[in-house]
Ligand binder design. Structure first.
Ligand code: ATP
Length: 405
């Protein structure tokens, strides 16, 4: 533990009755200089303490995130082999271990042979997966034509240009790269605070290139079913190959590609396996210009650098919190279809919403609309935005630094 710095002594002033006027003045001047010196010293210590406080706060946030991740217990997958009168014979996926486990009569009535179930460490059945909820369908969102266009993304002109160069050009004009004699980037990593438009960027590029958009969330992969993560990654690339041209979007990539930790829990091993599968898919992935991989994270600092090597996520694009001009554009986009009164000044609202993300600006506009509706009006006034600002700020405290970035 670091030692607290010792405080300087408090300067004292001793004035003697016998002193002449000029001696008193001199004593007072010296005292003043001493006090000023102590003040400077204390200010320096305060500054150092604040810096240390900020460091410790970010350490606490990292530990909290790690703690949360450790608390989420994973489930294993199994298939029901046979049902006896009050027991069930299960075969666990991955290791094919067979176990006989007790079930409640209520659950027993719902089960049939061949059902897929999720079980805990003691082999107790936690959930019965219905036939529709196959893990593949759960973890992936597939869209033939997402409905987001570049015009609906505010304040990210540079990022749009970079994404177009890195993803759109290789899909639409692969010849350009061949002629110049360079390899197009394999994977693009979008990083920045939550709600700033990373998913929108990936969807817009799929929209523009008529590519199938396949989204998978990293957290879904590792928190749900042990033994399924690596298989899902394999499925993801297979599916993309079936649906070419396609854009694979892996959100929250930090969940599967965080820096290696010392702990050796089964959850960690699972994360490692999932990440190794992703790396091997990317390494063995022959770039034919028909499949692009985009990943996103709010926790760039946590990423294992192995995924950033050439041939993997070798194009990094930062998607920052919008500045005032960006916020004004985002507000224009989200109020485009709203009936605004003349006193609404979007530039002024943009000026007052420092620290708001695109998602928070969207909820500000929606809340302002709600205030107008509550008062029976169809027109949204400046006052509605002010009330909304207050509500959104107290509800979610936007504008405060985002905890994990
Ligand atoms: P997360 O990291 O939390 O997944 P994200 O960066 O992927 O967030 P999006 O899902 O793209 O954020 O944005 C969420 C919503 O916020 C969007 O559907 C959109 O309505 C709004 N939004 C965010 N950024 C912008 C932006 N730059 N322009 C317009 N709307 C935005």
């Amino acid at each position: 533990m670091s030692q607290s710095p010792s405080l300087p002594d408090r300067p004292t002033l001793e004035l003697d009755q016998e002193m002449s006027e000029s001696e008193r003045l001199e004593a007072l001047r010296e005292h003043y200089l001493e006090v000023a010196g102590v003040h400077d010293q204390l200010s320096g210590q305060l500054e150092a303490a604040r810096e240390r406080q900020a460091e410790l706060r970010s350490e606490v946030e990292d530990l909290q995130a790690e703690n949360e991740a450790l608390k989420t217990s994973s489930l294993y997958l199994a298939t029901v082999e046979e049902l006896t009168d009050d027991q069930v014979l299960l075969k666990q996926h991955g290791n094919n271990q067979e176990v006989l486990t007790d079930v409640s009569p209520r659950l027993h009535d719902r089960l049939e042979a061949d059902d897929r179930v999720a079980i805990n460490d003691s082999f107790a059945i936690q959930t019965v997966l219905d036939t529709e909820t196959d893990a593949r369908a759960q973890a992936m969102e597939i869209s033939e034509k997402p409905d987001v266009t570049y015009g609906e993304i505010g304040g990210l002109d540079d990022q749009i240009r970079e994404v177009r160069e890195a993803v759109e050009d290789p899909l639409t004009d692969p010849g350009k790269f061949e002629t110049v004699g360079i390899e197009p980037p394999t994977g693009v990593l979008l990083h920045g605070p939550p709600g700033t438009g990373k998913t929108m960027l990936a969807k817009a590029v799929a929209q523009q290139t008529d590519a199938t958009f396949i989204k998978m969330a990293g957290s879904e992969l590792v928190q749900k079913f042990i033994g399924e993560g690596a298989r899902l990654v394999r499925d993801l690339f297979e599916l993309a190959a079936e649906r070419e041209p396609a854009i694979i979007f892996i959100d929250e990539i930090d969940a599967i590609a965080a820096k290696r930790t010392e702990s050796k829990t089964s959850g960690d091993a699972e994360v490692q396996r999932t990440m190794m599968q992703l790396l091997s898919e990317m390494d063995g992935f022959e770039r034919r210009g028909e499949i692009s991989i985009i990943a996103a994270t709010n926790r760039f600092d946590m990423l294992d650098r192995a995924i950033l090597r050439p041939g993997r996520f070798d194009r990094l694009i930062e998607v920052p919190q919008p500045d005032a001009t960006g916020r004004e554009r985002i507000l224009e986009i989200h109020t485009g279809r709203m009936n605004l009164a003349d006193d609404v000044d979007l530039a002024a609202i943009a000026g007052d919403t420092d620290g708001f993300s695109g998602a928070e600006l969207e909820s500000l506009a929606t809340e302002a609309g709600m205030f107008a509706i509550r008062e029976g009006r169809t027109e949204i006034r400046d006052g509605d935005f002010r009330d909304a600002h207050e509500k959104v700020s107290t509800d979610d405290a936007p504008g405060k630094p985002i905890a994990f970035y």
